[in-house]
Design a protein around this ligand. Sequence first.
Ligand SMILES: Nc1nc2c(ncn2[C@@H]2O[C@H](COP(=O)(O)OP(=O)(O)OP(=O)(O)O)[C@@H](O)[C@H]2O)c(=O)[nH]1
Ligand SMILES: [Mg+2]
Length: 244
Amino acid sequence: MSGARDMVGADRPALYPPRALDPALVETGRRLFAREARFVAGAATAAGLPSEGLPEIAFTGRSNVGKSSLVNALTGRRMLARISNTPGRTRQLNFFDLGGALMLVDLPGYGYAEASKAAIANWTGLVQHYFRVRAALSRVCVLVDARHGLKPPDRPLLRLLDESGLSFQVVLTKTDKIAAADLAKIAEAVLADLALHPAAHPEIHLTSAAKHHGIAALRATLAAFARHACADPAQQRPASDLPR
Ligand SMILES: Nc1nc2c(ncn2[C@@H]2O[C@H](COP(=O)(O)OP(=O)(O)OP(=O)(O)O)[C@@H](O)[C@H]2O)c(=O)[nH]1
Ligand SMILES: [Mg+2]
């Protein structure tokens, strides 16, 4: 099972601070992300945002950090979200319906020096609008390159999330590109930084879309936000067990 493989090797924990995951949660995440993922809408303007329905998980971060690659790794679809070596590839908010249970939203990156001022203003305005108005938005995954940690272009985003009271979680990406000892140092530094952010979740995920590290663990975390997370009868508690 990929969940078990994820946790093998103490040098590549899937979570920081490192901890083992409940296998039942990993299985719930695996089942959820085994459902079909379907592109629903690409919004380049506020008017283009699809109507709200499912709980949403947004993936944000600097340009080229690996947002689209992570969405593909989570859903097990190589070509669902477009990936590119050219920074600034994702130019709209892309909505993916995961089995009628969760909406994954791949956002355009920020901190892309080559983009025109007008284009940057347009994306930034739209993403800010989305963060402010979207009641269905349940968690924001802030992707950070494991080699670099948090950088100045991340600051306005973290401020905005704090101000909006939007719960966010840092996900380190491209962990295959860094030695285990350096990874732990970066993870420590990021955690220390997050302690200053009231909206930050106090645990970070460590992932590599290329090597599929940490993907099962992130699926498990995100499954908690899905509609009908307990729709699987095997996961449902008998009515007599439910709190009154
Ligand atoms: N080694 C390695 N490369 C990765 C990983 N994830 C993404 N990449 C590479 O990083 C580059 C950018 O990936 P994308 O997924 O397009 O990044 P993005 O954040 O969606 O980029 P924008 O949409 O332009 O903001 C591509 O060349 C990917 O192949 C990873 O886990 N490991
Ligand atoms: Mg992208």
